[in-house]
Every structure is written in C-alpha cells, then in structure tokens.
Design a protein around this ligand. Structure first.
Ligand SMILES: Nc1nc2c(c(=O)[nH]1)N[C@H]1C(S)=C(S)[C@@H](COP(=O)(O)OP(=O)(O)OC[C@H]3O[C@@H](n4cnc5c(=O)[nH]c(N)nc54)[C@H](O)[C@@H]3O)O[C@H]1N2
Ligand SMILES: Nc1nc2c(c(=O)[nH]1)N[C@H]1C(S)=C(S)[C@@H](COP(=O)(O)OP(=O)(O)OC[C@H]3O[C@@H](n4cnc5c(=O)[nH]c(N)nc54)[C@H](O)[C@@H]3O)O[C@H]1N2
Ligand SMILES: [Mo]
Length: 761
C-alpha cells in the first residue's frame, strides 16, 4: 500500500484507553517503526533509507537534536526517528491535480493529520488574490511575486522571515544574510517557542546559551537529573546514553508530573537484553512534581546544600562566580511548607533527593519543555544553574547543564545568526565580510510577529519550514492575524495548515528534505548541522528528490535574494548556489568556532564547537564570571475547581506533524482529544473516566478560550494537574501568556476548567 494516502479524514475522537506502560522501546518499537516505514516507503526504500540515518557518510536524522555516539550501530535510529524519515521519504505525492481537486476552503476543513498524510509537495504553487485554489507556477514567477511585495513595503521591517529548526547551517546562514541585506532583523524562529528560556537564562548566568556537556560527560556523571523532559518519545536515543551511564553506576532522578514510560524502564532494541529480557530500570528516584514547581524545588535543595557542612565548592565559587552573597541570603530563606505546596512532593522525597545530590561529585541536569514553557521559566533555569554552581558542577567532566534541544538543527540555525536580537559582534563580522550595513535594531520574535501581523504592521510573512499557524499560541487570534498579511510564503516539504490559512495571496515553495540528493552546478552537495551538544557534522542525502521541480533551501534563498535585492547586492549569490563550500568559507570568517570549516567538516564525525565554560571554566558574561542569581520563587496555582493544564506531545507526532493517532506508552489509541487527569481530581470534579469535557482556559483579563470535546482519562499525573496534546490545545494559550524575559509561550501551565459534555456520536 506504499504511496497511497488515506482517503477521507480518519481523525476520530473516541479514543480507546488502556493502562499506561512502564517501559519504552523493545521489539514493539522496531515493529512499529517498520510498519510505518513500509506504509510510506515500501520495503526496499525502507532498508535503503533507514541504514543511512546518522551514519558518518549518511544524513542527519531529521528527528531530534540528540547527538550521535562516536561508535555507531548499523541502525543508529529510533522508532520516532524512523517515523520522521518515513514521513519525508514517503512515496506519496501532492501534485497540481490534488490542488485542482481541493479548493483551499476544503483543505482548511481537514485535520493536520490528513494534510500531512497526502505526501510530499512536488511543484511551486500559487494562490492568486481572490482565487479559490492553488495553481502551479514557475519558480521565476514565484520569485517575481515575492520580490514585488517586498519592494512595495514602506519599510523592510514590514516583512517577517520565520525559520523552523530543520534548516541546514548553509541555508540558515544565507537566509539571515538575505533578510539583513534586505534590511530587517525580523527573524523569529521555532526556538522562540522552545528553548529561548534556556538561552536567556544561560547567556546571563554562564555567558553562552548552549548546554555545557558532551555525550561522554553523561557516562562520567554520578548523578543525572532529568527534569521536564520525555525522552522515551522525544529523544529516544538519549535512553541508550542513560542506559550506558547506568551501567557505569550513574544514578538518575526524574522530575516530572507524569511517570513517563521511557524514563521508568528502557528496553534497548540494539541488544539482546532489551529485546528479549526485561530491559534496564532507569529512574532511581521519581519526583512527581506539580506543574511549575521546579524553581521552588531547586531553591529548597540549594538551601539544604548550603546548610550541609562541606557541601559547597567554596574554591570554585571564590574563583569563578559572582553574586554569591545575594544568592545565599535568598536561598537560605527557602521555606519547606511553601516548597511542599508548590511541588506537591513529600518531605521524605526531597530528603532522598538531597542524599543523592550530596553523594554525587559530578552532577548533570537535563531538561526540555517542562522547564522552558512557563511564565517563570527563565528564573527556574537560573535556579538550576545556581544548583550546579553551588557544588562546582560546571566546566569539569561528568558535570554541567544539558538543555536537550528539539529540532535537529535548531541550535545550528541560531549559531548561524537566525535571531531577532543578534549580538553586535555578529553584525560587525557580517558587515566586514559582506560590505553592507546590517540593521541594528532588534526584530520581532514569534509572539511579537503575530501581534505585528494582527495590527497590520507586518505585511509579508515568509517561512523557511515549519507550520507557523499550528505551532503558535492562540490559534484563532493567530489565524486571523496571518489572514491580514498581503503575502504568505512557505518553503516546505509537506502540506500543512499554514498553507491554507493565507494572506491575500500565497505561495508554497517545495524543497528538498535531508534524505535527498542535492545536486548543483559543481556537483553533489552536502550540508551541515549542529546537534544539541555543539557537534557540527555533514549531512548527505542519498535518495532521488521527491520531484524534479524541487529546489534546495540554499538555492531558493539565493534565487530570491538575486531577484529581490537586484544589483545593489554585491554578495555572490550565484556562486553560493553552485557550491555550498563557498558558503562555508564565508561562515568560517563570520561565525566564531568555524575556522577551516570545510577542512574540519570533511573529517568523519565532524568537530566540536568551543564552549568556554565547558572547555576552561571561563564565563563570557557581563561580569566575566558565572553569575549566581536570586529571583523570587514563583509557581502557578489554580483556584478551587480548576486544574493546571500542560500541552505536550503524544508518541505519534512530531510537533504539528501527526504520524498516527496512538500514544502507545500512555495507553491511548485511535484518537488525540484526550485530557489526562488524576483520578481523585476527576472524581472530585464529577468526571468519571470515559466521560467527555470541554477544556476552557481562564485568563487573567477575564477572557476564556474553549477547546471542545476531550475524553477524560483517569491517569497517574500529579494532583491538580492535567495534560492534553498540542497543537489541538493551542487555542487555549493566550498570545500574551508568555515567559518573562524570553517571551516563550507559557504552554505548560494554563488554568482550565473542565465542562462536562455529551460523548460525540
Ligand atoms: N518524536 C518526537 N520527537 C521530538 C518532537 C516531537 O514532537 N516528536 N519534538 C521535538 C522538539 S521541537 C522538542 S522541543 C522536543 C520536546 O521534548 P519534550 O520537552 O520532552 O516534549 P513535551 O512533550 O512537551 O514534554 C514535556 C515533558 O515535560 C513534563 N513537564 C511538563 N511540565 C512540567 C513541569 O512544570 N515540571 C517538570 N519537571 N516537568 C514538566 C511533561 O510531563 C513531559 O514529560 O522534542 C523534539 N523531539
Ligand atoms: N501548545 C504548545 N505549542 C507548542 C509547543 C508545545 O509544547 N505546546 N512546542 C513548541 C515547540 S518546542 C516548537 S519547536 C514549535 C514547532 O514549530 P514548527 O517548527 O513551526 O513546526 P513543525 O511542526 O516542526 O513544522 C512541520 C513542518 O515543517 C516542514 N518541514 C519538514 N521538514 C522540512 C525541511 O527539511 N525543510 C523545510 N523547508 N520544511 C520542512 C513540513 O512542511 C512540516 O509540515 O511548536 C511550539 N508550539
Ligand atoms: Mo522545540
């Protein structure tokens, strides 16, 4: 059945529910990934493709940003990586005939799942003003349309250039160069919704917004704390690393409102024990925290460490840090009762954690969206940094901060200058290399871009990948905002909702994926990516492109730049398109850490970017030291009869791309509109398991937002907390509900009430 998309729209919202599982991966994961892959690619292509994932001569998995170990397995992929690959290497195609058959209004009624299942985009498509459907268009005409709208703007700041995190270093570098030559820093990206809080907190405290550990450090650690992360689904290869660490004696504390199967127990599909045996128990201590209780937890732990004789690394603090006195005074006031309230934990649990922390000489803290998507996300992560600094756990082997990044090249895109608030030194380097004056004023991030579109201040919206309207908060507000644009343009591999919620006119520009061969005038090209631990390496696609009409992302930027900037630009766009090594030469002269880029990336496995705190305990902060901080403790609360809701991922999705309708580890099948609630809370609210409810979020300004028809699932989450999938719940997140400083949508803590409803017919 490979190549045939489903007919009709199979999304059904009467999910089947069984008990959640307590182990991840094992044989079912292999079986599952092969089934999905065979459906999309057929048997031969599956074998050809999956064997090249994450190999030194192959392509970087388009799934997550977890690094590859130096010694690789023949199959260095995971179930969800296999699904990400199958999604891209599918044999299904969206052709002009498809668009002729489906008016945009019809496509706007379809689910994101259905749209994605139609297959790869094959030709540039144009939705003319007033037209009811997309029509094929030549590339030249498409670039004329964009250039025409860009040139008609009153100021370059009326254009917005969004990036999602799969874009290669080469494409990202060219894209920001084009935007800045055009005259704007309006470069919002998916990072604004993702690890921006980590970037903000780490830049202020340690001087660089990236993690400080390498894969080997995990194996050397005595203790790894995994807070606010579900690696069993979102970074499955991390489980192999945790398993290896455990084998060497590392202890693991998990901090999470949900007992996530992968962290409980891991059955490594790459060894016999994992396939046939019971697998490895990973978590030694599970702290089932209330949503948003993490800052309070780390604050109290810091007080307890301070009160323990000899526990503080005074030499490190004296030599390398700043702000200790203030921090110490504040931390000593941490209150047990308040912490127990904020976290929902028991005193003995926190004391057990303390014992493990004190017994550890080398500690790492890993985190993801469970920490970054809260109103107080930045002070929470700063408290984690305080926690590590206190015992000198930064800048030595087996210790450090480990924000686990999402998209496979989201970290690299930032390194390449995709940022609405670029550092002056970066702009200076760009100016020197390319001989133009880049704009210095800060641009728009994601939330501010939506406001600018809503208020008519932004008129052209261009997206390098992603699915802006589905990934962003306040869906109704955002869709109305995007519809006010003059022109919306999407460089995409697959059809998604952002293609059907458009400005006055719209373009879809189909592009090559990671798995595909990229041939230009000088021959076959490769691109480069940077993983979550600052390792840069090459990625080379092997499959024939999904269609002969596709252009690579670098080629699209080069052609657009030539057309839109005209002869005023002295940048050799044509050379860049012809030979990506020429792009890398420029990167090596602009971006620190990339000297001899072409030579070093040619080595198998690539190279590691410098990281001053990790490499030599220097901290490029404003004080020249690592900064302790002392913010007031915050935590979200819900009034009587209300719950705190987090929006999260199921096992069968990649952000807004829905692979299937199951969430195997959580026992959910055949549907996505579920809300997970603690049985005692559900009973108190009069909601037996299996009943249906609308989710209504209540916002501080008195406004409400509603997502109808969720099946109530009694689930062992923390008391007072609930969970439901994104993007369905994005309608509930107010645009203004963002993290302080980072402005990241606070989609992990919404106050909601559950209104009982009839089950759908
Ligand atoms: N297969 C697959 N892989 C992916 C993705 C995908 O969608 N599918 N997305 C990619 C991207 S872009 C990203 S950013 C990452 C996301 O990776 P994750 O951050 O793991 O993704 P979420 O599903 O949002 O899970 C959040 C986790 O944090 C917990 N949590 C929520 N709130 C809190 C809190 O207040 N405190 C604590 N301690 N825990 C909390 C939740 O229970 C859940 O376990 O994964 C990347 N990899
Ligand atoms: N409520 C809530 N909202 C959230 C989150 C949450 O946890 N809760 N998580 C946030 C996070 S962490 C993130 S990162 C964002 C994700 O936001 P985005 O990055 O904007 O969304 P994706 O769903 O990853 O984008 C999928 C689309 O990317 C395109 N694509 C895939 N591969 C390629 C490629 O190689 N090139 C190009 N040009 N296009 C490609 C396909 O057309 C596909 O439809 O969502 C955020 N939104
Ligand atoms: Mo993300």
């Amino acid at each position: 059945m490979a190549g045939k998309p489903p007919t009709g729209d199979p999304v059904q919202d009467a999910p089947d529910v069984t008990a959640p599982q307590h182990a991840a991966a094992g044989l079912p994961a292999i079986a599952h990934s092969l089934r999905v892959a065979h459906e999309q690619m057929g048997v031969r292509r599956t074998a050809l493709t999956l064997l090249k994932v994450n190999q030194k001569d192959g392509f970087d998995c388009p799934g997550c940003a977890w690094p590859e170990p130096d010694k690789r397995h023949a199959a260095e992929f995971c179930e969800n990586g296999a699904k990400a690959v199958a999604e891209e290497a599918t044999l299904r195609r969206v052709t002009p005939a498809f668009f002729a058959e489906h008016p945009v209004a019809d496509l706007a009624e379809r689910s994101g799942y259905w749209l994605g299942q139609q297959g790869r985009l094959t030709q540039p498509m144009y939705l003319a003003e007033g037209a009811d459907r997309y029509e094929p268009v030549t590339w030249d005409r498409a670039f004329d349309v964009i250039a025409g709208e860009l040139q008609a703007l009153t100021t370059p700041d009326q254009a917005v250039f969004y990036t999602s995190g799969r874009t290669s270093n080469e494409a990202a570098f060219l894209y920001q160069l084009f935007a800045r030559e055009f005259g704007t820093n309006n470069l919002p990206d998916c990072s604004n919704m993702c690890h921006e809080s980590s970037g903000s907190a780490l830049t202020e405290t340690i001087g660089i917004g990236k993690g400080s550990v390498l894969l080997e450090d995990l194996y050397k650690a005595d203790l790894i704390i995994v807070a606010g992360q579900n690696p069993g689904t979102n970074h499955p290869r991390m489980l192999s690393a945790l398993e290896k660490a455990k084998a060497g004696g590392t202890k693991i504390i998990t901090v999470n409102p949900l007992p996530e199967a992968g962290l409980e127990r891991f059955k490594n599909p790459q060894n016999v024990r994992g396939l046939a045996g019971g697998g490895t128990a990973l978590t030694d201590l599970f702290l089932q925290i209330r949503l948003g209780g993490d800052q309070a937890l780390f604050r109290l732990l810091n007080r307890l460490v301070l009160e323990t004789e000899g526990a503080v690394d005074t030499a490190f603090i004296a030599e390398h840090t700043h702000g200790y006195a203030d921090f110490e005074r504040t931390a000593r006031t941490a209150d047990w009762d308040e912490t127990l309230r904020a976290t929902g934990l028991r005193r003995e649990e926190i004391e057990s954690a303390l014992r493990m922390i004190l017994a550890s000489r080398r500690t790492i803290v890993c985190w993801a969206m469970g920490l970054t998507q809260h109103k107080h996300a930045v002070p929470t992560i700063k408290e984690v940094v305080n926690f590590l600094l206190l015992r000198g756990n930064i800048g030595r082997p087996g210790a450090g901060v480990c924000p686990v990044r999402g998209h496979s090249n989201v970290q690299g895109d930032r390194t390449m200058g995709i940022f609405e608030r670029p550092a002056p030194a970066f702009l200076d380097a760009l100016e020197k290399e390319f001989g133009f004056a880049p704009p210095r004023e800060h641009g728009l991030d994601v939330v501010r871009a939506i406001r600018a579109l809503r208020d008519g201040q932004a008129k052209v919206f261009f997206a390098m990948g992603g699915n802006f309207v589905s990934a962003t908060p306040d869906t109704d507000v955002t869709e109305a905002a995007v519809r006010r644009a003059r022109l919306t343009v999407h460089v995409s591999t697959k059809l998604n909702r952002s293609h059907v919620i458009t400005g006055a006119h719209a373009l879809i520009l189909p592009t090559l994926g990671r798995t595909e061969r990229d041939r230009q005038h000088t021959g076959e090209q490769f691109v480069t990516v940077e993983d979550s631990m600052g390792m840069v390496h090459a990625s080379r696609g092997r499959l024939a492109p999904a269609s002969p009409h596709l252009l690579s992302e670098p080629a699209i930027v080069c052609r657009l730049a030539r057309r839109a900037l005209g002869p005023t630009s002295t940048t050799p766009w044509e050379d860049f398109e012809n030979d990506y090594a020429a792009i890398r030469d420029r990167i090596s002269r602009v971006v620190p850490g990339f000297h001899d880029f072409n030579t070093r990336v040619a080595r198998p496995g690539g190279f590691t970017l410098p990281h001053a705190p990790r490499d030599n305990r220097t901290f490029p902060t404003t004080t020249g030291k690592a900064n302790f901080t002392a913010a007031p403790v915050e935590y979200p609360t819900a009034p009587e009869g209300r719950l705190l809701l987090q929006t999260l991922r199921s096992h069968d999705q990649y952000n807004t791309t829905i692979y299937g309708l199951d969430d195997r580890y959580r026992g959910i099948k055949n549907g996505r509109r579920v809300v997970l609630v603690h049985p005692d809370d559900a009973t108190a609210l009069g909601l037996p398991d299996g009943t249906y409810a609308d989710l209504v979020s209540e916002w501080t300004d008195g406004s409400e937002r509603r997502a109808p028809g969720f099946r109530v699932v009694h689930y062992p989450t923390a008391r007072g907390c609930a969970a439901a999938y994104y993007p369905e719940t994005n309608v509930l997140v107010p645009l203004d509900h963002t993290a302080d400083t980072s402005n990241t949508p606070a989609s992990k803590s919404l106050v909601v009430r559950l209104e009982p409803q009839q089950a759908p017919a």
